[in-house]
Design a protein around this ligand. Structure first.
Ligand code: PLP
Ligand code: COI
Length: 339
């Protein structure tokens, strides 16, 4: 096992031993190659560099009490990467290639899978990009698929403790008929001004509103939004947000726990009425929201008034994490043991 300060790992990059790569050329995917290099030799006219033909994924591998390594819903990430590829006209990565690459990257770097009980996990980052040279605006003919891994701690320094976020009204991350439902790099470039604005004001993340009317909630930085009210799990339906695999899982767990579920447009005006509010995503897991500052509207919403996450968010968090670490029954077959 690698010697790292596991309990204090940030959500950042740590060099590991290997990554895996595969190239699509002459109409077919080549062999999966193992590399020790952290660098990629790329053509200066690659479409990824000029026209943002790039998509990525994010999932985690967890070490359980039994020492086994578990991947959570990798097939959902594989399908979403195919959806992203379709969205910006890239070659799709076949499911079996995606699976082989992810398992290989995790196994080869097994000594970097954080020990059980440290709160850390191994973040798996698959990326797909146009590597072929073009100057006109058109899809590349060659693609590269890379998977690297890095051990990470909590995305928000607060961990499972209330986080403060700010509504950003003067920049959008994605247009209603744009690329918001695809996990493409361009969305994250577009989000940087909002992220900077929230950080500069002392907040952990921006909360984006619908771009047409600014009346509805879209999502929270790199995480989906959910709220709890009257035994109901409420989460936005919008054509410009990423369909979060964590959120999908929480919807199922909420139903299992006997909550009602509403996936519908969620108005900013409703923020006053929610009992609990949270951000959810692979990196964010569940981050309870303690405060939402609508800076430009001069309004502040407060939750977790006793300083602690709410009971429903806590139950959902414990159930999700329990399944991911192999401590609770995996009723829905979400977990794959890496052998
Ligand atoms: N929304 C955005 C914009 C994201 O980048 C992410 C992270 O992947 C999520 C939501 C959460 O999605 P998931 O739960 O699949 O990680
Ligand atoms: C994830 O939750 O995997 C994300 O995509 C977050 C990342 C953009 C930092």
């Amino acid at each position: 096992m690698q010697n790292l300060d596991w309990k204090n790992l940030p959500f950042g990059y740590v060099k590991t031993d290997y990554n895996v790569r595969c190239t699509f050329k002459d109409g077919k995917w080549g062999n999966l190659e193992v590399s020790e290099s952290e660098h990629i030799n790329i053509h200066m006219a690659a479409t990824a560099l000029h026209y943002g033909q790039e998509a990525f994924e994010g999932m985690k591998a967890y070490r359980g009490k039994d020492g086994k390594i578990r991947l959570f819903r990798w097939d959902e990430n594989a399908k979403r990467m195919q959806h992203s590829a379709e969205g910006i006209l890239m070659e799709k990565v076949p499911m079996d290639l995606f699976h082989e690459a992810v398992v290989k990257a995790v196994k080869l770097n097994e000594r970097f899978v954080p020990p059980y009980g440290t709160g850390a996990s191994l973040y798996v980052r698959p990326l797909l990009f146009g590597s072929g040279a073009e100057v006109g605006v058109r899809p590349a003919k060659e693609y590269m698929f890379v998977v690297f891994v890095t051990p990470v701690g909590p995305y928000f320094k607060e961990g499972f403790n209330p986080v403060k976020i700010a509504i950003v009204r003067d920049s959008d991350r994605a247009a209603p008929l744009g690329t918001g439902t695809f996990k493409v790099g361009g969305n994250y470039a577009a989000s940087l001004r909002g992220v900077a604005k929230a950080h500069d004001a002392g907040y952990g993340s921006p909360l984006y509103l619908d771009t047409k009317e600014k009346l509805y909630i879209d999502e929270i930085g790199a995480a989906n939004f959910f709220a709890i009210k009257d035994n109901t799990y409420i989460t936005p339906k919008s054509s410009s947000i990423l369909v979060s695999i964590t959120n999908k899982s929480l919807i199922q767990l909420a139903e299992d726990l006997g909550l009602k579920v509403e996936r519908r447009p969620v108005a900013v005006d409703e923020l006053d009425t929610f009992e609990e509010v949270g951000a959810c995503g692979t990196a964010a897991v569940i981050s309870p929201i303690g405060e939402i500052n609508d800076i430009d509207a001069g309004k502040v919403y407060k939750y977790c008034k006793n300083g602690k996450p709410g009971p429903v968010s806590t139950k959902l968090y414990e159930t999700l994490v329990g399944i991911q670490y192999g401590e609770l029954e995996d009723k829905h077959n979400w977990v794959t043991i890496v052998e």
